[in-house]
Design a protein around this ligand. Structure first.
Ligand SMILES: Nc1ncnc2c1ncn2[C@@H]1O[C@H](COP(=O)(O)OP(=O)(O)OP(=O)(O)O)[C@@H](O)[C@H]1O
Length: 274
């Protein structure tokens, strides 16, 4: 199978500071890959290179076998949709905002969305639970609702690759699970390919097929693989400088990370030292 996204030997620096170093990984069609790592390790930077917002110092990025440097922004937007961490609090309505997702598909001299565009936007507003907010203004809804509207807009683009940077950071547990379930369902039904930055390691383990763990120390990939291979007590200790306990999730058997009082780890009698 040809990967949908292929990143090879990517390096990026801000001025003198090396952020990403020799990053290589690929995402297959229909796969859900989560990028994890500590604050400031370069997760958003990696996404910005895929969106061509910033240009890597070395390395290549291919989407469906095409070097993204050869794609126009419009051609890229037809294939890749993104949900970023912060959303411009525009004064347009949620409906208009979500319908913007159809913009890359407008023909030359087309100024208004077609019936089909409106229907697609409606469908994803319903699925993300923002249809009830269609007439509200983006700057007058909550941060979590805005995040849902942004996800609706990205899905309205009907992309081959959906990229999300911390899409659940403002969401309550109902919506965190609902959004990840929805993305999982679309992944299966539409063969949607997903690259997601997540801070919540348990959600990342539970929903993604593979994880890419970035190491802030050197800007390299520390480990990539299925959750069980990546989320070990040793790798979390090394990359996050934090001691945790990892046990199997009682339902899925995937790794579940317990944050523990570091003092108790050292002082409770009978506690295994690490
Ligand atoms: N425009 C910029 N100019 C200079 N340095 C920057 C710029 N943007 C980000 N950085 C630095 O690059 C590093 C990586 O930032 P990035 O936002 O990619 O991290 P992240 O892993 O997404 O972090 P977080 O988990 O906190 O969102 C950080 O040290 C940050 O301070």
């Amino acid at each position: 199978m040809k990967p949908l996204l292929e990143i090879k030997n990517l390096s990026f620096r801000y001025q003198k500071k090396m952020i990403l170093q020799d990053i290589s990984f690929s995402v297959d069609p229909g796969e859900f890959v989560a990028v994890i790592g500590p604050n400031g390790c370069g997760k958003t930077t990696l996404i910005k290179t895929i969106l061509k917002t910033i240009h890597p110092e070395t390395g290549t990025i291919h989407i469906e076998n095409k070097d993204i440097q050869t794609l126009s922004n419009k051609a890229l937007a037809k294939r890749v949709a993104v949900v970023m961490q912060t959303i411009d609090p525009a004064s347009m309505t949620v409906r208009d905002y979500v319908q913007l997702g159809r913009l890359p598909f407008f023909q030359k001299y087309q100024f208004f969305e077609t019936r089909n565009d409106v229907d697609i936007a409606k469908k994803y507003m319903r699925l993300t639970d923002v249809a009830r907010l269609a007439d509200a203004r983006i700057n007058e809804i909550s941060g979590g609702e805005r995040q849902l509207a942004s996800i609706a807009r990205a899905l309205t683009q009907e992309p081959a690759l959906l990229i999300l940077d911390e899409p659940t950071s403002h969401l309550d547990i109902t919506h965190q699970v609902r959004i990840l379930e929805l993305i999982n369902k679309l992944k299966k039904e539409l063969s949607l390919t997903v690259l997601m930055v997540l801070h919540d390691l348990n959600l990342a383990a539970e929903y993604s097929d593979r994880l890419v763990l970035l190491n802030k120390k050197n800007g390299r990939i520390f480990k990539a693989g299925v959750p069980k291979e990546v989320l070990t007590e040793a790798s979390i200790r090394e990359v996050y400088q934090t001691r945790v306990r990892v046990r199997p999730n009682p339902v899925s058997n995937k790794p579940w990370i317990f944050l523990v009082n570091q003092h108790d780890l050292d002082n409770r009698p009978g506690m295994k030292k690490d």
